[in-house]
Design a protein around this ligand. Structure first.
Ligand SMILES: NC(=O)C1=CN([C@@H]2O[C@H](COP(=O)(O)OP(=O)(O)OC[C@H]3O[C@@H](n4cnc5c(N)ncnc54)[C@H](O)[C@@H]3O)[C@@H](O)[C@H]2O)C=CC1
Ligand SMILES: O=C(O)C(=O)Cc1ccc(O)cc1
Length: 288
């Protein structure tokens, strides 16, 4: 049982955690904290939080668990604001999509990484944001990656792991660097392709003719281009090394594909498509 949970950033990710823990009866009081007053009022009206404050220091007072779910560019400021106001036994965790930057920001704010800070990332979300997009089932049967460091307190790690399992998630442990490389490939690169494709097409024609005749594949492929621009700018900046490397590798793949099409190399195209279909079919089967 969590006695007092402080959620800094009550949006899709923070709001969904609060809803899931409430639905499970695993939390007694949820204190919300954010910058936008209308969002906090909405969160209280929805019953996602019990009360709110716009002051992070006030929000974490006597909290046994603090969940930071703000865009990555706002993490450092939040850590600076709560630094002096945590109880020694308070456990802190976050939901940021990149872990190296969160570890750096926390280390800079606290002087060293606090042992009771457990970096985390739920691999679950949607293209929508804000508390109105949050729902209690978001994390059910989804993975959450925790990236503890050698000095991370085992008791804090266990508490955060139990919290996510209570929401129906499966927890995996990974190193910070490995997390950022894997997510660059499986999440950050696909978002770049969707944003890049939609932007390129939108700029190719003045009217929206292209979008009017878009088939189902376009819709499936580009859903994530509706995601929050600020959040994705921050993810790119925070994971620029791994993401740049991934984009460069992908560029080579695209050049190879374009070259095969230009020289009408049907065999090579068939080889690529068959290999991709087998890999995707296999991965979907494994995830069921
Ligand atoms: N949207 C998604 O699908 C996923 C997002 N994430 C990560 O979760 C975090 C939150 O994302 P979402 O919940 O989607 O965003 P959101 O936009 O729905 O919620 C973020 C909230 O943080 C508040 N906020 C912004 N700056 C703040 C500050 N300085 N102090 C206090 N509150 C502040 C905003 O007002 C907003 O209510 C991000 O770090 C993102 O990378 C992780 C997994 C999935
Ligand atoms: O909408 C989708 O399909 C997503 O991929 C959501 C998402 C966005 C960011 C993350 O760090 C994790 C999941």
């Amino acid at each position: 049982m969590i006695e007092r949970l402080a959620i800094i950033g009550v949006g899709l990710i923070g709001g969904s955690l609060a809803r899931a823990l409430r639905a499970a009866g695993a939390v007694r009081e949820v204190v919300g904290c954010g910058r936008a007053l209308p969002n906090l009022e909405k969160a209280r009206a929805f019953g996602v939080i019990d009360r709110f404050t716009q002051d992070p220091a006030e929000a974490v007072r006597n909290a046994d668990l603090v969940f930071v779910a703000v865009p990555l560019g706002a993490m450092r400021g939040v850590f600076d604001a709560i630094r002096e106001h945590l109880q020694p036994e308070t456990v802190i965790t976050d939901g940021g999509s990149v872990k190296g930057s969160v570890v750096l920001d926390a280390s800079a704010a606290f002087g060293a990484l606090p042992p009771r800070l457990v970096p985390g990332h739920p691999i679950a979300g949607t293209e929508h944001s804000g508390v109105e997009a949050s729902f209690a089932e978001l994390y059910r049967n989804r993975r959450v990656i925790l990236t503890p460091l050698p000095d991370t307190d085992p008791d804090a790690l266990a508490r955060v792991q139990t919290m996510w399992e209570t929401c129906g998630a499966e927890v995996t442990l990974m190193s910070v660097a490995h997390h950022d490389e894997v997510l660059a490939a499986t999440s950050h690169l696909p978002h770049m392709l969707a944003f890049g494709l939609v932007d390129a097409l939108a700029r190719m024609r003045e009217n929206d003719e292209i979008f009017r005749y878009a088939a189902g594949g376009f819709r499936d492929f580009t859903r994530i281009a509706s995601s929050n621009p600020v959040m994705w700018r921050d993810i790119c900046l925070a994971n620029r090394e791994a993401l740049s490397a991934m984009l460069a590798r992908f560029g080579v793949e695209m050049t190879d594909l374009a070259e095969s099409i230009r020289r009408a190399d049907g065999d090579h195209l068939l080889e690529i498509f068959a290999r991709a279909k087998a890999a995707r079919d296999r991965s979907i089967e494994q995830s069921h």
